[in-house]
Design a protein around this ligand. Structure first.
Ligand code: AHG
Ligand code: MN
Ligand code: MN
Length: 318
């Protein structure tokens, strides 16, 4: 279909999927391998890092660092950009990842996952720098996430629809299970941490109250679902529709989630599936990071609920 393709992107995705298989195995056995504890390390966000966060980070840094295609890596667990052996060989892509999302839930068998996005390096002649990661969401070459749950899913898009693979442990391979996932036009699930109620502004509170009342859009109140693991809450929203919200609030004026390796990849996926992802007044695919670890608001889901939210809470017409 693409005569000028080099096969390089496929090779990248295969190397990422190998990392996902290794982490899936690690998560499944973490309990008796003593990986549930804390590593004693605090990351750049001030989060206490669990041993398994570091193990997952090591796997991806080793694996992707030795692939010839990535000149630079960014990991949630590393303060600075990591240059790989390919940097000299002109590795033309850069990848940012959250090695293990939702890791605070790891001990209770709640799903966790890995999130990544790939950009082209801006100027191969120039030395690689953080600037290679400061590109708008619509510049993403490919993005995806895995969910280590009842099954291990690998969901990705390279700009031509969203495709879902399931790991078949009996052969150790990912099998294509769904092509061109499209988010339902409307859902009946809202997903938010209501424990943040006291820090929300009045318009956010009014919107949540509306969802739970007899609201204009659905004949019946919405159902609440919140796992507290972004990949799990996002994956359910993508497949069943509705809306996931992590807005800024008075306690988190810059938001809770990380723009480069949580919000942008998932925004790319949601938009590729026909939904929307915003930070309030902008679509996240139009947002360009200014630093690799900055935080952002993240609201994503079905067109109906997203337009309703954007208008009600931000006077923004999606
Ligand atoms: P991570 O484990 O990579 O630090 O991400 C945790 C994030 C995300 O998974 C989830 O949506 C969010 O933390 C939950 O935050 P609250 O506990 O504030 O709801
Ligand atoms: Mn995360
Ligand atoms: Mn993480």
């Amino acid at each position: 279909m693409f005569p000028d393709s080099t096969g390089e992107l496929s090779d990248l995705l295969v190397s990422i999927s190998l990392g996902v298989k290794l982490i899936s195995q690690m998560v499944a056995t973490a309990g008796f391998k003593g990986l549930h504890g804390y590593s004693g390390h605090v990351n750049t966000h001030g989060d206490e890092v669990r041993q398994i966060d570091r193990e997952a980070d090591e796997v991806l840094v080793e694996l992707l660092g030795s692939s010839d295609h990535f000149g630079l890596l960014v990991s949630e667990e590393r303060d600075d950009v990591i240059a790989t052996q390919a940097i000299g060989a002109g590795g033309k892509y850069v990848i940012a990842f959250d090695p293990l999302d939702g890791s605070s839930n790891i001990g209770s068998s709640i799903p966790t996952g890995t999130i990544f996005c790939i950009f082209r390096r801006q100027d191969l002649a120039k030395g690689a720098s953080e600037q290679d990661f400061c590109q708008a969401g619509h510049a993403i070459v490919a993005a995806g996430y895995s969910v280590y749950g009842a099954k291990t899913s690998f969901v990705y898009s390279a700009g031509d629809g969203v495709h879902d693979f399931t790991l078949d442990p009996s052969i150790g391979e990912f099998v294509l299970t769904e092509e061109r996932i499209t988010v339902p036009e409307r859902g009946n699930i809202f997903s938010v941490n209501e424990g943040n109620w006291c820090w929300w502004d009045d318009r956010m509170r009014a919107f949540i109250a509306d969802l739970k009342g007899r609201n204009l859009v659905a004949e019946k109140p919405y159902t609440g679902r919140y796992v507290g693991s972004l990949v799990a809450d996002f994956d359910r929203t993508l497949r069943k529709g509705g809306i996931f919200m992590y807005p800024t609030d008075s306690k988190r004026p810059n938001g809770r989630l990380r723009l480069l390796y949580e919000c942008l990849p998932l925004a790319f996926i949601m938009e590729q599936s026909g939904g929307f992802a915003i930070n309030g007044r902008e679509r996240l695919i139009d947002v360009t990071p200014t630093n690799i670890h900055q935080r952002s608001a993240f609201i994503a889901g079905s067109p109906t609920e997203m337009k309703w939210f954007a208008r009600s809470v931000y006077d923004y017409d999606l």
